[in-house]
Design a protein around this ligand. Structure first.
Ligand SMILES: Nc1nc2c(ncn2[C@@H]2O[C@H](COP(=O)(O)OP(=O)(O)OP(=O)(O)O)[C@@H](O)[C@H]2O)c(=O)[nH]1
Ligand SMILES: [Mg+2]
Length: 279
C-alpha cells in the first residue's frame, strides 16, 4: 500500500471465487462492514462473487484535498514551463518497460539540436540519473522512499537545482508504476506512457486510468516481437478502447526502430511548448 497517496483498499472491489457449493445464493446484499455489497454480476461468471467496498468518507476527503493541492502546484509548474518555452513530458510505465533506455537514446539523437534536462523518479538509488548524466545531459534524481509516484511539489522543489533548458525539453521519468502516477499531474504538457511488448496486451484494460490520461503511447521493445506471442493489434485496440485519442508509436529503444516517428512527434510538440498552458 502506498503511504503517501492513500491508494489502499478503499473503494476497492474484491472478486472471490467460491471453491465449493456453487448452489450457494450470493444474490443478496451483504453489509458485513457496514458498506459492503455482494452480488452476482451476470450469468457468465455466476460462480464469481464481486464485493465492492464503499470508501470511508474521511479518507475520500483527505485524498481529494491532496489531489486538489497537487493540481494547484501543477498549474504553477505548467505556467513556469510555458514561460520558458520548455516542453515538459511525464514518462510513465510499469517498472522496466524501457523509460531510461528510451530517454538515453532520445537525448543522443537530439544532441546538438535540442537541449534536454531530466528529472528521475525512483524509490531508491540514483542509477537512472547516472545513466542520463553519462550522455552529458543534466539530471536530478528524486528518491520517493516508500512513495510510489512523483507529485507536482517534488518537481517544483527540484527545479531550482536543475538548469532548465529554455526552449528545450524537460523529461520527467516517473516511478515505475501503472497505478498512482496516473492521478498526479506534474504540470507536464504531455504524458507519455511506455508499454513494452513483454508486459501483455491486457495492460491498457487493467490499468485504464494510466492509458486514459496519456497523450502518447510508445509501444517499446518491438525488436522482441519475433520471439513473443504478443498481439500488437490487440494491444493497440485495448489502448484505444480506453483512450480513442491516444497517439501510438511502435519503437525499439535497442534497435532504433520507430525512433524517427517519436522524434518527429517531439519536434512538433516542441514548437507548441510556449502554448502548453493547459493539458
Ligand atoms: N530488447 C529490448 N530491451 C529493452 C528495450 N528497451 C529497454 N530494454 C531493456 O529493458 C530493461 C529495462 O530498461 P530500463 O530503461 O531500465 O527500464 P525503465 O522503465 O527505466 O525501468 P525502471 O526505471 O526501473 O522502471 C533493460 O535491460 C533494457 O536494456 C528495447 O527496446 N528492446
Ligand atoms: Mg528507469
Amino acid at each position: 500500500m502506498c503511504t503517501t497517496c492513500g491508494c489502499g483498499g478503499d473503494g476497492a472491489t474484491f472478486h472471490t471465487y467460491p471453491a465449493h457449493d456453487h448452489s450457494h445464493d450470493h444474490h443478496g446484499h451483504v453489509h458485513a462492514h457496514g458498506h459492503t455489497h455482494e452480488h452476482h454480476r451476470d450469468h457468465a461468471d455466476a460462480h464469481v462473487t464481486h464485493v465492492t467496498l464503499a470508501p470511508e468518507p474521511r479518507l475520500v476527503q483527505i485524498e481529494q484535498d491532496l489531489l486538489a493541492r497537487n493540481d494547484r502546484q501543477a498549474i504553477i509548474n505548467r505556467a513556469t514551463f510555458a514561460g520558458l518555452g520548455v516542453l515538459a513530458l511525464n514518462l510513465v510505465s510499469s517498472p522496466g518497460s524501457g523509460k531510461t533506455t528510451l530517454l538515453v537514446k532520445t537525448i543522443e539523437q537530439l544532441a546538438g539540436r535540442v537541449p534536454v534536462a531530466v528529472i528521475e523518479g525512483d524509490q531508491q538509488t540514483g542509477l537512472d540519473a547516472e545513466r542520463i548524466r553519462a550522455t552529458g545531459a543534466p539530471a536530478l534524481q528524486i528518491n520517493t522512499g516508500k512513495g510510489c509516484h512523483l507529485d507536482a511539489r517534488m518537481v517544483a522543489q527540484a527545479l531550482p537545482a536543475l538548469p532548465l533548458p529554455r526552449g528545450g525539453l524537460l523529461m520527467i521519468e516517473n516511478v515505475g508504476n501503472l497505478v498512482c502516477p496516473a492521478a498526479f499531474d506534474l504540470g507536464e504538457a504531455h504524458r507519455v506512457v511506455i508499454h513494452s511488448v513483454t508486459e501483455g496486451e491486457d495492460k491498457p484494460l487493467k490499468y485504464p486510468d494510466m492509458f486514459r490520461s496519456a497523450d502518447v503511447m510508445l509501444l517499446n521493445k518491438c525488436d522482441l516481437l519475433p520471439h513473443l506471442s504478443f498481439d500488437v493489434a490487440q494491444a493497440e485496440t485495448h489502448a484505444r478502447r480506453v483512450n480513442p485519442a491516444l497517439r501510438i508509436i511502435r519503437v525499439s529503444a535497442t534497435t532504433g526502430e520507430g525512433m524517427d516517428d517519436w522524434l518527429a512527434w517531439l519536434q512538433a510538440a516542441l514548437r507548441l511548448a510556449p502554448l502548453a498552458t493547459v493539458r
